[in-house]
Design a protein around this ligand. Structure first.
Ligand code: S3P
Length: 171
C-alpha cells in the first residue's frame, strides 16, 4: 500500500524512540524493530552485561553489525540506540536506508525520563547531567547531519509527536 522507505529514529537516551517507533509503526501498519532489543535477543544477554564483558567497543561492534542488518530490510520503522550515530559507517548506512528522523529532547527531559533506569550503563553514575550534556554537545550535530527531519519530543506527548512525523513524511 505504502511506498514509503524505512523510517529510522535517531536521538538520545530518553527521547522516546521506542515508544514513538511502536506507535508510528502501528499507524502505518508496518513492522517495528528496535536495534538494542535485537542486539540483546541475538546475544542472549542484556546491555549492561555486554558493556561489562565486552566493553563499550564490543557493544558498538554489535550495534554496527545490527544496523547494517536492519537497514537492509524494507518498509520498517527502526529505532536505533542513542550512540548509533557515533560511527561514520552507521550514519551512512542509516541515511541510505530511508528517511531518518531525529527525535530531539533536552537534557532536563532526559534526566527525568531516565531517572530510575538501570539498563543504560553510560548513565549509572552520579554526574548524569554532565554526562548527558557532554553527549549532547558531541552527538546533536551528528543527529542533525544524519537526519532528514528533526522533531521535538520534550514538549508534547508521543501521540502528538507521531502525528507530526506522519504529516511531515507524507507531505
Ligand atoms: C546508548 C544508548 C542506549 C544503548 C546503550 C548506549 C548511548 O540506547 O544503545 O546503552 O550511547 O547513548 P537508548 O538510546 O535506546 O537508550
Amino acid at each position: 500500500m505504502s511506498a514509503l522507505p524505512n523510517l529510522i529514529l535517531v536521538g538520545p537516551m530518553g527521547a522516546g524512540k521506542s515508544t514513538i517507533g511502536r506507535l508510528l509503526a502501528a499507524e502505518l501498519a508496518r513492522d517495528f524493530v528496535d536495534s538494542d532489543h535485537e542486539i540483546q535477543s541475538r546475544c542472549g544477554a542484556d546491555i549492561p552485561w555486554i558493556f561489562d564483558v565486552e566493553g563499550e567497543a564490543g557493544f558498538r561492534d554489535r550495534e554496527a553489525h545490527m544496523i547494517r542488518e536492519l537497514a537492509g530490510r524494507e518498509e520498517m520503522v527502526i529505532a536505533t540506540g542513542g550512540g548509533a550515530v557515533l560511527r561514520e559507517e552507521n550514519r551512512r548506512v542509516l541515511r541510505d536506508s530511508g528517511t531518518v528522523i531525529y527525535l530531539y529532547t533536552t537534557v532536563s527531559q532526559q534526566l527525568r525520563r531516565t531517572a530510575k533506569d538501570r539498563n543504560r550503563p553510560l548513565l549509572q553514575r552520579d554526574d548524569r547531567r554532565q554526562v548527558l550534556e557532554r553527549m549532547f554537545g558531541e552527538r546533536d550535530p551528528l543527529y542533525r547531519a544524519t537526519s532528514d527531519i528533526v522533531v521535538r519530543t520534550d514538549r508534547r506527548g508521543p501521540r502528538a509527536v507521531v502525528g507530526d512525523i506522519l504529516r511531515r513524511v507524507q507531505s
